[in-house]
Design a protein around this ligand. Structure first.
Ligand code: BG6
Length: 496
């Protein structure tokens, strides 16, 4: 990541929340320690609770020690970073807060050379977005003040098509589209970016990347974690809203899109949108053919006994929230017609693993075996996390006098090849926002389209008459019914 020296100030609204603690400040610190954060910079945290700048710095120091990729190397370096941190307490609903923020920004900007570049980060619960956006507009904070002003909006971006549209409209009334950065942290993951490099910086894959060669695609984002402390949020969300509408559909679009003319925001967003347009709309009368939901019961994850979802804090004892969701989507265009895309995500699954698996057709005629089913078709697996890398399986002759075939993997592991630990997604994305590059962010129309695609499923699952989610044991690969769901096409879920 190139280092540029353009001063900026970041205002984090929601600075006492989990996101600031676990992701934002650790990412900013790692960038700073890696000498990639433009300087001079200032970070203003803001939240309701009263605290002094020193208290905020102390809290952030503990946070960085716990969560940052790069640990503080010395007090000296930390002190320099910490001197850029300040704290402005206040209620986001109170216009007085925005006057205080403006004054704090002006003071900092007056004390250093360079333009007033401002990045505003909305890291509060989404119920506050409307109020915050309104106040940013009314106070004048949304308007550039001689430099650039940008806003990053965290997910969830709405909870359905209507609310996402309303949020886009509110944002659009106050900011121009090029000021708005809708974050999806999956797009900042190294291996997700590598998917694009794999596709568009090599010639050998592109000729195979279509229905003539690909039989099926499986996208899996499995988590071993449960809902942790977020039961109340999760009850309102569920796996389809929390993961599928954003992370998994983004992966599908990057995998399926046509080559953009350049790797810039406009062309990349246009190509992703074309995929969204090509996904076959879900027929409300045939939801069960396209979507399946599950909910974890008690079980064992990584050797530890864990409670079921309904026993989690903040969860209703008769909750119907989906902690597992699977979709079967078709992309109706020349490249992908007839190729099923299976997407699944779940909490409390056997292990944490995110991957994209592309299964190719079987050989048209197998000359080595009377029974061709003994030979697995080629498969390309892109491992997003953990153990980032990719593997291609090919058939090979096993050693010995007989001509017997086996499947071997050509395996590439990031850690082994490049050694260095990849940066966290938030590092990349924060830096991109500072540099004004929204390629790895979500555009308004994409977000709305993703919600509208899933609308029929969300509606069907919200009905009182809908069947209960299928149960699966915590620590398993999801409900047994998911196997029947995929086997209709003759396939089976991978066990990564
Ligand atoms: C978030 C979801 O967007 O992604 C969480 O809200 C989920 O529920 C998280 O745990 C997973 O992210 P990662 O980077 O750990 O795969």
């Amino acid at each position: 990541m190139p280092r540029t020296d353009e001063p900026f100030a970041l205002v984090i609204l929601g600075a006492s929340g989990d996101l600031t603690r676990r992701k934002l400040v650790p990412a900013l610190w790692s960038l700073y320690a890696g000498r990639t954060l433009p300087e001079p910079f200032a970070i203003i945290g803001s939240a309701r609770s009263e605290a002094s700048a020193d208290e905020f710095r102390r809290r952030m120091r503990a946070t960085v020690r716990e969560f940052a990729r790069v640990k503080p190397p010395s007090e000296n370096v930390w002190d320099r970073f910490a001197s850029a941190l300040s704290y402005v307490p206040g209620d986001p609903a109170d216009p007085a807060l925005y006057a205080k923020l403006e004054a704090a920004l002006r003071e900092m900007e007056g004390a250093r050379p360079g333009p007033a570049n401002r990045l505003l980060y909305c890291a509060t619960p989404p119920s506050l977005y409307e109020t915050i956006i309104g106040n940013l507009g009314a106070s004048g904070l949304a308007r550039p003040q001689g430099g650039w002003t940008r806003i990053i909006v965290e997910k969830p971006f709405g909870r359905d098509y209507e609310s996402a549209r309303a949020l886009n409209r509110q944002l659009g009334a106050v900011f121009r589209e090029e000021q708005i950065y809708r974050i999806d942290h999956y797009l900042g993951k190294e291996t997700v970016q590598n998917l694009l490099v794999l596709r568009f910086a090599n010639t050998i894959f592109e000729p195979l990347w279509n229905r003539n060669h690909v039989a099926e695609v499986q996208i899996t984002v499995a988590e071993a974690l449960g809902v942790e402390t977020r039961g109340t949020y999760y009850e309102e969300a569920g796996a389809l809203r929390d993961m599928m509408q954003n992370h998994l559909l983004q992966l599908l679009c990057l995998l399926a899109m046509e080559p953009p003319v350049t790797f810039d925001a406009g062309p990349v967003h246009d190509e992703k949108n074309k995929v969204m347009h090509a996904i076959r709309p879900i027929d409300p009368r045939k939801i069960d053919e396209v979507a399946l939901r599950g909910q974890y019961g008690p079980g064992f994850v990584e050797g530890k006994a864990v409670v079921g979802y309904r026993q989690e804090k903040g969860v209703a004892p008769d909750s119907r929230t989906d902690t597992y969701a699977a979709l079967r989507l078709l992309v109706d265009n020349w490249r992908w017609a007839g190729v099923p895309f299976y997407l699944r995500t779940g909490k409390r699954m056997a292990k944490r693993v995110s991957e994209i698996a592309i299964r190719f057709h079987r050989t048209p005629h197998m000359i080595f075996h009377r029974d061709p089913s003994g030979v697995e078709p080629n498969e390309l697996v892109i491992r997003i996390q953990p153990d980032e890398g990719m593997a291609l399986t090919v058939a090979a002759k096993t050693p010995g006098p007989e001509l017997k075939l086996g499947t071997v993997g050509l395996d590439f592991r990031y850690g082994e090849v490049f050694g260095a630990e990849p940066p966290e997604a938030y590092e990349r994305l924060l830096l991109d926002a500072v540099h004004g590059d929204s390629t790895l962010y979500a555009r308004a129309d994409w977000v709305e389209h993703a919600w509208s695609l899933l609308g029929p499923v969300l509606d069907a699952w919200a009905q009182d008459s809908a069947a209960q989610p299928y149960r699966y044991e915590a620590g398993s690969w999801g409900p047994a019914e998911a196997d029947a769901f995929i086997s209709r096409d003759g396939g089976a879920w991978r066990k990564p």
